[in-house]
Design a protein around this ligand. Sequence first.
Ligand SMILES: O=C(O)CCC(=O)C(=O)O
Length: 269
Amino acid sequence: MTLTRPELETDYTLSRSDIAHFAEHGFVKLKHVLSPETIAEYEPEITGKVIELNTQHLPLDERDTYGKAFLQVTNLWQDSERVLEFVSSPRLARIAAQLLGVQSVRLYHDQALYKESGGGVTPWHADQYYWPFSTDRCVTIWIPLQETPMEMGPLSFAAGSHTFEHGRDLAISDESGRVLQETLAEQEFPEISEPFELGEVSYHLGWTFHHAPPNTTDIPRRVMTVIYVDAAMEISPPVNKNQEADLASWMPGNQPGETISSPLNPVLY
Ligand SMILES: O=C(O)CCC(=O)C(=O)O
């Protein structure tokens, strides 16, 4: 495929300290991964697809906490060649493979997470609660499509919490927010809550606890995410209804015990 922006294909130089930071803290923030030009080229297509495919039409004050946190639109790549270009970027996938320390990564799925103006907190949680995977080698890239100051709700992390097992059974909810706020503070995991520059992205492991503040600005917080898994990942038996739903939606035709191989999970690097 020929990309409109060659930047999506070229290598990003990850330093040893970036890789060490990710291993130690379960996440890393990286500046200048995408240029303002690349973001400007893909943001309108991603935003257009979010508007077209969004199914959440309730006013904010009639939604639950999860519903207030963001508009969530998944696998945009299936609806847009342009989004497919962005999501299948070798530059972004190679960073994922290097951070995970694996030879090759597959796409698990993508999702746009748009925190509307007035949108609420994203409660504390770990993503892998939702995913039936046999190892922890899975990672999300969080890509803000604008500069993201604190008031807009940047993603924030409990540094080092990827090895902490308490609370891994909690879905995103008021309860996960309350319980984890208390437990993570007791454990003294430092909370890293900082703005994102334009072009800065984060990568976090499936078990790293994270949350985000509300968006108190009058501009929507536009974010694209891509989830990568070790290409050799074996599917584990689902341990909750959400994992059953994820297996059916994101790995159609695959069964527990198999290595991921569905048509929705191409190798990206
Ligand atoms: O964008 C957000 O507010 C939450 C994002 C998140 O939880 C994730 O990307 O795993």
